[in-house]
Design a protein around this ligand. Structure first.
Ligand SMILES: [Zn+2]
Length: 263
């Protein structure tokens, strides 16, 4: 099965690579909508700077739109990953060990809609918090441009152009989408696995290339009980991309979770 009882390192790496590929296709439309929203708020703030010589009115609307974009994509991503686990479970006659008649394994199935219903309130908290954080950073970026502009003797027209031209940085949209999609994939995978009702361990699998942070290379193959926490660079994390983990362990992470049935 796609993410259960992968005994070899190469099988785990293959699973992690599949998760990354699916995530990439889910990221693209998310990036597009974030870029559009950053361009919109930059334009709105530039207009304020030009006409009112202040930037103050853009935050509430920006946060509201971000929350709605996040919610749309979290839902799509969570569905895709829950369905992925559910399909894998339904296709597999021998989830545990090599024997079809293993008595520990009743016919396993995952009720995707029920998993989503349990997961969605948890994601709702994450979405609101993350949308507020991203909006606040946007606000900081805009205000810094104003402060620096005024300090350096720029006119309000110059400042407005600077704010508008920045589009608030399209790399930022990419980083945010990648990080949020990853968090949603791991939350969904864990929720789906948890719904199997088996005694499971979870295992951290690193995608290792030149971008992988050292803490995550070291975390590879770390295994803990399903309700336990990984220790990543000294910090407790429930899963890769856990939004309550420290940002330096979360941003742009591509690590995956797989599960082992307890012996
Ligand atoms: Zn990672």
């Amino acid at each position: 099965m796609a993410m259960l009882n992968l005994r070899t390192e190469s099988a785990r790496k293959r699973e992690a690579a599949q998760q990354v590929r699916l995530s990439l296709t889910l990221e693209r439309p998310f990036v597009k909508q974030l870029r559009a929203e950053f361009a919109r708020v930059a334009k709105a703030a530039a207009k304020e700077a030009r006409t009112q010589h202040a930037v103050s009115d853009h935050m509430v609307e920006h946060r509201r739109r971000l929350a709605s974009i996040f919610a749309r994509h979290y839902r799509i991503v969570a569905r895709a990953f829950i369905t992925r686990v559910a399909d894998a479970v339904s296709k597999s006659a021998r989830i545990v060990g090599e024997r079809k008649d293993d008595p520990r394994v009743p016919a396993l199935s995952i009720e995707a809609a029920a998993v989503m219903a349990d997961l969605w309130p948890k994601l709702g908290h994450i979405i609101n918090r993350r949308a507020a954080q991203v909006a606040e950073t946007t606000d900081d970026i805009i205000r810094r441009k104003v402060t620096v502009g005024l300090r350096d003797g720029a006119t309000w027209a110059d400042i407005a152009r600077d704010v508008e031209d920045s589009g608030l940085n399209s790399l930022r949209a990419q980083t945010i989408a990648a990080t949020e999609v990853h968090g949603a994939t791991q939350a969904a995978t864990n929720e789906a696995a948890g719904s199997l009702g088996l005694a499971l361990n979870k295992q951290w699998v690193s995608v290792e290339d030149e971008h992988t942070r050292l803490d995550h290379v070291e975390a590879n193959a770390q295994e803990v009980g399903f309700d336990g926490t990984f220790t990543i660079g000294g910090a407790p994390m429930a899963y890769p991309g856990d939004p309550s983990g420290p940002p330096e362990q979360v941003i742009n992470c591509r690590c995956a979770t797989v599960f082992n049935v307890q012996e």
